[in-house]
Write a protein that binds this ligand. Sequence first.
Ligand code: ADP
Length: 585
Amino acid sequence: MEASRLYSTKRVQSLKPTKKIPLEEDPTKASDALPLSLHLTNAVFFTLFFSVVYFLLSRWREKIRTSTPLHAVTFSEIIAILAFFASFIYLLGFFGIDFVQSLVFRPSPDVWIAEDEEEENEVLLAKEDARKVPCGQALDCLLPPLPPAAPIVTAQKVFDEKPVTVTTEEDEEIIKSVVAGTTPSYSLESKLGDCKRAAAIRREALQRLTGKLLSGLPLDGFDYESILGQCCEMPVGYVQIPVGIAGPLLVNGREYSVPMATTEGCLVASTNRGCKAIHLSGGATSVLLKDGMTRAPCVRFGTAKRAADLKLYLEDPDNFETLSVVFNRSSRFGRLQGIKCAIAGKNLYIRFTCSTGDAMGMNMVSKGVQNVLDFLQTDFPDMDVIGISGNYCSDKKPAAVNWIEGRGKSVVCEVIIKGDVVRKVLKTSVESLVELNMLKNLTGSAMAGALGGFNAHASNIVAAIYIATGQDPAQNVESSHCITMMEAVNEGKDLHISVTMPSIEVGTVGGGTQLASQSACLNLLGVKGASKETPGANARMLATIVAGAVLAGELSLMSAIAAGQLVKSHMKYNRSSKDVSKGSS
Ligand code: ADP
């Protein structure tokens, strides 16, 4: 008991000098009050001090020599004495006090020991805290947690250079309760009513739980309210992806600057080269063939016969009118276009297709499908709805149904590249490109058993544009289905190239398209938001731009490969060796 009291007394005393630290860090100095700079003031007082000392000593010697009494002082001597005292006091104050203080208040070594002890105690406490924390599967609880009392300082250079400090005492309490598991992380937004603060607190709690710093992941410079309830849950920051511009891409007589969000070097440059080749050849033509989003629920019956009954009912043209009235109640933009069924024994897969205006349309189509399922239940009470999505849709998975039937926007885009442009811009020949396309994109992909992958790198361009414009990047799977065709035309002088893409799933309203950055990219393309004149026109135009950019990407990469392959082929197989040697001589 006594010992602990002694210990605590010692701690309090020894900690006193450490409290001086903030004072030492106080940027306000006494010298700030001086009218001249510190160095100049010191120089003045030094000069004054030694001058008056010299003057007074010489006067003193003079008085001794002339036997004049010392107390008989002249006016100049009085001034000199005053100046002596003034300069002495100044110099003593400036240099003496610090010296005296350093002697009197020098912290004893015990103080630093006590400070170390305090740090140790904090680490120990933190370790204890960590043990109390319920461990999530993905969390490594053996890692040392961050000091719990430290303010949240997020060093970042996003929009402002200042580090963001968000910890108040109240925040600190909330962080601790999230770390302890008493406040669910997901409830922070609704509890605090401030999405940015919620993200900052969640982030700090995560850092303490995992022992991993998130300093490279920015927190500031993002509107967390804009993602609430629709784009991302439990945010702790955002990932930065650079956006490059390829273009102008000339499609259907209009020029587009195409935003591409990517971290793959050369991708934008290469697409840009393709855009240049297209532009110099008069531009590409992009045609939308189909526009319909799909959703296919799975329903089950007691017998295959009953499943077949429903299939026949749904595919009977006489029933389409009724079904579309029921379906279309879901939205003023969702319009049922068709129903296609596939049976697997007692199970029926019903693929509904509908137009969705400028929305990509997954929500819209799902609502319509639910309406129809509810309606069917009256005539088919034995129908058991297994799931609103039975994978025959097919969303975000490679599937032949999308490749054959299409999903979203089906587009074909073509251009005739002049022979001159092939040589000067693409640095290859029409013949090499046609040969490479046949052996790589068609035969090679067939050999690989490709599903919609008859192209060089359509997904590169699709993914980059999708991320930049707020599309669902997971739909890159089917949106990148593409067959690239090349043919020599105009007596073999020019190149006809086309890309056919049956499942481009894009929208200009809903989802991530309304976020600030993504919306800016859509605006750049002139397809931001809902089309006022013709609902769906913006989304359809975006699909034609995607196809045009893919055309540019195919052209450029295929040319790069053709150019490289040609040289290698010449070296390996010695084809046209005479020409090569002639060229080099
Ligand atoms: P998705 O169906 O792609 O998931 P959402 O349902 O999130 O998209 O967004 C579509 C919403 O936008 C709907 O509520 C719809 O009524 C509204 N909307 C406004 N204008 C349009 C338009 N031109 N085309 C499609 N939807 C539109």
